[in-house]
Write a protein that binds this ligand. Sequence first.
Ligand code: NAD
Length: 486
Amino acid sequence: MLKKNKDDRYLKNYIFGSMRDPAEGKYLESVNPATGEVYSYVPDSDEQDVELAVKAAKMAFPAWSVTSIEKRSRILNRIADMIEQNLELLAYYESEDNGKPLLTARTVDIPRAAANFRFFASAIQQFSSESHRMEDAINYTLREPLGVVGCISPWNLPLYLFSWKIAPALAAGNCVIAKPSEVTPKTAYYLSLICKEAGLPDGVLNIVHGLGHKVGAVITAHPDVKAISFTGSTATGRQIAQVAAPMFKKLSLEMGGKNPNIIFADCNYQKALNTTIRSSFSNQGQICLCGSRIFIEKPIYEKFKTELAARTYQLKVGDPLNEDTNVGALVSQSHMEKVLHYIDLAVEDGGEILTGGKRVTLKGRCKDGYFVEPTVIEGLSVDSRCNMEEIFGPVVTLIPFEKEEEVIAYANATEYGLAATVWTENLSRAQRVADQLHSGIVWINCWMKRDLRTPFGGVKNSGVGREGGWNALHFFTEPKNVCIEF
Ligand code: NAD
């Protein structure tokens, strides 16, 4: 079992199996967003640390790439076991680092991180490649690991999204240089300790902490890093593509969203209402899949709006460690300011705040935390900034509609296309609307229902490529066709 130890305050990089201080000995402050206090320090690494990590990964690759699938799978399963055994500690750190309710970390983030390792431990054992028979020859296609790959992840679901990349990369036989968000580094640090104890060979996974422009950018530009799997904002994804594409690296980019929820009058009303509360405010609205534009068909607009606002008002904003907290802290002061700025902008643009709209000041240990009321706004035009740009906080807008074609046009009007939710009991309409939405994922009468085998990702400025299931294993391998003439 992992224990809190004195090193906790100063996190370390994980390179060639050892816990290392950054080369220059510099650290960044980590702030607990629920209290506003600095509570630990994260390595402010630079290109020297990345260089060392790449060297370690290159040294480890020849052995790891030919390690039997059974052995790789056993190690990944051991990592999953250890994440589960340490669920309480990891959930506590995830909540402390990110501000999310402890309950969310305990029931969603950490179990899902374990599931990611377990899923790919099993998937790699089922992974197969093709063969194509000709009259006088046979082709068989090998799927070989790429070598050293880079995995860069954001702060909103820290260990969950970090492991969603690392697990398939390792399962497929690659060695990894991984960079968690500098804002939420703690569970990645604990993952290092777990990997050591689980018997992952030295150098197979290297975790370098630090800033995006100092560590992420160096990983992206490194000639020995063959692929970049990135999750984060569209702006950063664009920067990564500008560097990596001319180097012909494989790229998987999971980026921002501005997801529509389309609610038709013939929906299962209670289910739609309950789920819309979740899809709006889970993790303080900081999930790339949250629906932030809620389109409601006119016959039920007034009723739905009134009940949604009333239910939102009842959500408890509070200390993330309290079991009855529904909405925790936003991840940082700057992010809270960004969210509040968008709320001001909504008012300037003629929006009416139905509930919420302000910073919350709590008492006691959370008196300086970054809390914002869950907010529902109506009266904004479809093309207002708040309906076009990603806010990524506990803020949703309501827009009435009359016709199916009209709402499809509204839904498709942004530069994003990650996920959409449609509520209707009319199966033909559900299928028709799903067909026309410009979106990588469409949920009908549900939200965040995830089968790890399905393709995950977005279209337009939300994404390039897909994660999940075979997609991830295809991304982290290169096909080689061998043709034998008889
Ligand atoms: P971000 O783009 O600021 O940072 C993401 C990661 O990239 C961090 O580790 C950061 O240090 C690193 N980075 C920053 N600049 C870099 C550079 N120049 N080169 C390489 N790496 C760099 O994003 P964020 O604020 O951490 O996360 C929030 C964003 O993530 C939102 O836009 C959200 O929609 C998106 N997101 C998308 C998905 C998805 O699956 N599509 C999932 C979760 C979050």
